[in-house]
Design a protein around this ligand. Structure first.
Ligand code: GCU
Length: 677
C-alpha cells in the first residue's frame, strides 16, 4: 500500500501516451564520465530508478554519444560536453547552478561541478514527473541563496523538540556502525530540492554531540550525505568549554576558551573536512551565552567564527533572543540587542532571524531586523514543523506564509527593498547568504506525520533555491509528483492547499492575534492562560483583552515596537486606518465596537472570522472527499481522518476563543454561528 515513504520521488509510470513515447525516444541511453565521482554515480543511479519507474525501461549506458542520448557532466568530466563549448554559458552558473539543454537531438545536463549536475538531474526528472515536454530544452538555474539548510531540533535521545513525526532520524545508538538506509533517502530528497546543509542537533541541545564519541557518529552521517551535496552542521552550546572541556568559564574573551574552540574546530575538521559550521542559540530562553560574561552576541559569535574561519566554516548565530527579565515588549528585544551590533560581526557569521519577531505564529508581520543590519548577512529562519500551526494533524500549506514574509517590503533602501532581497544578499551586496527551515521530519513512515507536511519540506527547499516561484506553482509541482498529473486531482488539491494556511489563521489567530495557544505544548487554544512568573509565555500578555477592546498596542502610545521598522512601514503599521487588518491586533488595541472594512464591528467580525475558518476546513474536507477514487486508500484515508480532527479542533478553537473573549466584549455571538457543543 502507498504509505508516503517515497515522498515526491515516486516515479510512477507516465500515463500520457504521447509524452511517454517522446521520453522513451529521447532517452535511448545516457553518457556520463566513465570514472564517475560519487556524486555523478548518485545522479546516474537516480536516473536509472526514475526512468525504470516512469517509463518502464532500463537506462543504458551509451558507448558513444549518438542521437537521443542524455549526456551529463562538466566540461572537465565529459569530453562531449567539452566539445559543445558551453563554458561561457556555464561560468555564470557558479558552483551549484546547472543547464539543461537540447543539442543535436541530445539532452545535455551540464554544470561546473558534479553537484550542479546532480541538481540538474533532479530538475530534469521533475520535468518528466510533472509531464512537461522535453523536446527543446533551454533551462538554466542557479540558487538565490547560498546556504539552504534544515535545522533539526533533534536531541541525542532521539526526541525531537516540536517534532510531530516520530523520533529523530539519527540513530545515535547504532551509529557509527550502522548506516540506516533512510539516511540515503533523506539525502536524496534534500538534494532533489536543492537543500545543501543540515544542522543535526537541537538549538537547545547539550554539548555532548561535540565530544569525540559523537563526532565519530556525525562523521559517518557526513560521509553518507556528501555525495548529495549536503553538508553537516552542529549546534554549539555556548557553555561547552565548561561542560565538556573542563574549563571554569566560557567567556568569549578568555584566551583559554578561544583556544578550546579552535582545538574543537580543528578536531572536527580533521574528521569532517567539509563540516559546515555551528548554529548557536545563546542568551535566550535560559540558554547560556556571552552576555553571562558581560559580552555581546558579536563577541560570542566572533570567537567561534575565528575558530571555524581557517577551515571555511560559518557561524549561524540566532537572533531569537529574549528574556523574561526584560520588562519591555518581547517583540522588541532581538532588534534592541542586535541592531547596535551591525558591522561588528566577522565575515563568516550570519545572523539567523525568525520570520517574525515573536515566535513562528500562524501569521506574523516580518521581523524588523530584516533591512536593519545592512552590514551583516541576515539569514532567514522559517519553521517547517507546525509548532503553532496544528502540529501533526492540521493541514496547512506554508508556502504562502513564507512568501508573505519574503515579499514584504522593508523600505530599507526605499520601495522594493523586500525581505527576499535582504536575505538573498542583493540589497546590501552580501555573498554569504542563507535560509534555514526548522525541520518537520522524523521516523514516521511518511517522514512528516501528516502527508501534507511533505509539501512544506518541499516548498521550503524550492523557495530557498528560487524565492520567485509562486506558492501555486510549487503546490502543483508537488501534487503532480505526489499524487497525479490528472487535472481533476491537481485542481482540488491545489485549492485545498492554497486556502489552508489562511484557514488556520482564521480559526486560531485572526486579525493579528498571536500566542494564544495552550501553554507549553502550544497545541489547541488557551487564550485564558496567565502566569505571574513568565508573562512572556502567557496569552493574556499578547491579546490584552479587556472590556474596552483587544490587541497589543505597539504604536507610540504603547510599546512603540512599530518604530523599529523603517518609516514607511512604521507609519503604515502604526496607523489604525492603514494597518492591514490581518495585523490589526498585532499593533493596535482596538475597541470591540471598532468598524472593520467589512462594515462589521470588530467583535462580530471576529466571530465570523473564526466561523469562516471552520467552514474553510469543511470545504477542504469536501474537496478531499471528491478524490476518494483518485487516490490510493492508504493515503486517502489518513488525510481524511486528519481533516476530521482538524475540523473538530477548528470548532474547538472557535468556541474556546469566542466564549473566552466574550467575557470581555460582553456581546452576543451572532445567532447564525453554531453554538458551542
Ligand atoms: C520556540 C519553541 C522552543 C524553541 C524556541 C527556539 O520558543 O517553542 O521549543 O526552542 O522557539 O526557537 O529556540
Amino acid at each position: 500500500a502507498e504509505d508516503g515513504y517515497d515522498l515526491w520521488l515516486r516515479y510512477k509510470p507516465v500515463d500520457n501516451v504521447s509524452l511517454k513515447a517522446e521520453y522513451v525516444q529521447a532517452l535511448k541511453a545516457y553518457s556520463a564520465a566513465t570514472d564517475k565521482s560519487p556524486t555523478i554515480q548518485v545522479a546516474v543511479d537516480e536516473l536509472s530508478i526514475a526512468i525504470k519507474g516512469l517509463l518502464g525501461v532500463e537506462l543504458k549506458s551509451a558507448d558513444q554519444v549518438g542521437e537521443q542520448t542524455l549526456v551529463l557532466g562538466t566540461s572537465a568530466s565529459s569530453p562531449y560536453i567539452a566539445s559543445l563549448k558551453l563554458q561561457k554559458s556555464l561560468d555564470p552558473l557558479g558552483d551549484e547552478g546547472y543547464m539543461i539543454t537540447t543539442k543535436k537531438g541530445n539532452v545535455i545536463i551540464a554544470a561546473n561541478t558534479d553537484i550542479g549536475v546532480l541538481y540538474g538531474t533532479f530538475h530534469f526528472l521533475r520535468l518528466l514527473q510533472t509531464q512537461q515536454s522535453i523536446k527543446k530544452l533551454n533551462i538554466t538555474s542557479t540558487p538565490n541563496v547560498k546556504l539552504r539548510v534544515l535545522n533539526h531540533w533533534d536531541n541525542l535521545d532521539r526526541t525531537v523538540e516540536r517534532g510531530y513525526a516520530g523520533f529523530s532520524l539519527w540513530d545515535w545508538h547504532r551509529l557509527p556502525g550502522y548506516i540506516d538506509p533512510r539516511y540515503i533517502d533523506y539525502a536524496r530528497a534534500n538534494a532533489s530540492i536543492g537543500i545543501n546543509g543540515t544542522v543535526l542537533t537541537n538549538v537547545n541541545a547539550n554539548a555532548l554531540v561535540l565530544t569525540p564519541a559523537y563526532l565519530e557518529k556525525v562523521k559517518v552521517l557526513a560521509n553518507v550525505f556528501r555525495p548529495y551535496g549536503l553538508k553537516v552542521y552542529l549546534t554549539a552550546r555556548f557553555s561547552a568549554p565548561i561542560e565538556i572541556g573542563g574549563l571554569k568559564t566560557a567567556d568569549p574573551l578568555n584566551t583559554e576558551v578561544q583556544q578550546w574552540w579552535k582545538d574543537k574546530a580543528d578536531e572536527i575538521y580533521n574528521m569532517i573536512p567539509d563540516f559546515g559550521g555551528f548554529l548557536v542559540k545563546a542568551n535566550s530562553e535560559g540558554q547560556p551565552g556571552p552576555q553571562n560574561y558581560g559580552r555581546t552576541h558579536a563577541d560570542g559569535a566572533n570567537m567561534m567564527a575565528a575558530a571555524l574561519k581557517p577551515h571555511g566554516g560559518v557561524v549561524m548565530w540566532r537572533a531569537f533572543v529574549y528574556s523574561n527579565e526584560e520588562p519591555d515588549d518581547r517583540a522588541k528585544q532581538a532588534y534592541n540587542d542586535f541592531k547596535p551590533l551591525d558591522g561588528k560581526f566577522d565575515d563568516n557569521v550570519l545572523v539567523q532571524v525568525k520570520n517574525g519577531a515573536i515566535d513562528f505564529q500562524p501569521r506574523e508581520p516580518f521581523h524588523p531586523l530584516f533591512g536593519a543590519m545592512p552590514k551583516t548577512p541576515m539569514m532567514m529562519e522559517f519553521q517547517i514543523t507546525q509548532e503553532y500551526l496544528g502540529q501533526g494533524t492540521h493541514l496547512a500549506y506554508l508556502s504562502p506564509m513564507y512568501k508573505e514574509c519574503l515579499d514584504a517590503d522593508t523600505y530599507a533602501k526605499g520601495k522594493g527593498s523586500t525581505v527576499a532581497k535582504v536575505v538573498d544578499g542583493s540589497l546590501n551586496n552580501h555573498r554569504l547568504t542563507g535560509i534555514a527551515g526548522v525541520s518537520n521530519i522524523g521516523t514516521e513512515r511518511n517522514w512528516t506525520g501528516h502527508l501534507f507536511g511533505q509539501s512544506n519540506w518541499y516548498a521550503f527547499g524550492r523557495l530557498a533555491w528560487s524565492h520567485g516561484l509562486s506558492s501555486e506553482e510549487i503546490a502543483k509541482e508537488w501534487i503532480r509528483m505526489t499524487f497525479s498529473n490528472q487535472e481533476d486531482v491537481i485542481n482540488p488539491i491545489t485549492n485545498i492547499m492554497m486556502a489552508s494556511h489562511e484557514a488556520v489563521v482564521s480559526y486560531m489567530t485572526p486579525f493579528g492575534l498571536h500566542h494564544i495557544m495552550g501553554w507549553g505544548h502550544h497545541y489547541g487554544p488557551g487564550p485564558w492562560i496567565a502566569n505571574k512568573h513568565r508573562a512572556d509565555w502567557t496569552s493574556v500578555y499578547y491579546h490584552k483583552a479587556d472590556k474596552n477592546g483587544i490587541g497589543f498596542d505597539r504604536t507610540a502610545s504603547g510599546s512603540n515596537a512599530v518604530a523599529q521598522y523603517f518609516p514607511e512601514v512604521a507609519s503604515k503599521f502604526g496607523s489604525l486606518e492603514e494597518c492591514p487588518e490581518k495585523f490589526l491586533l498585532w499593533f493596535h488595541h482596538v475597541p470591540w465596537t471598532y468598524k472593520m472594512k467589512s462594515g462589521k464591528e470588530l467583535w462580530n467580525a471576529m466571530c465570523y472570522e473564526y466561523q469562516h475558518g471552520v467552514e474553510e476546513v469543511e470545504n477542504m474536507q469536501q474537496k478531499w472527499q471528491s478524490l476518494e477514487n483518485e487516490i490510493d486508500a492508504g493515503r486517502f484515508e489518513q488525510v481524511k481522518s486528519f481533516l476530521k480532527i482538524q475540523k473538530k479542533e477548528a470548532e474547538w478553537w472557535r468556541d474556546a476563543c469566542l466564549l473566552y473573549f466574550q467575557t470581555f466584549s460582553g456581546k452576543p455571538i451572532p445567532e447564525d454561528i453554531p453554538k458551542a457543543s
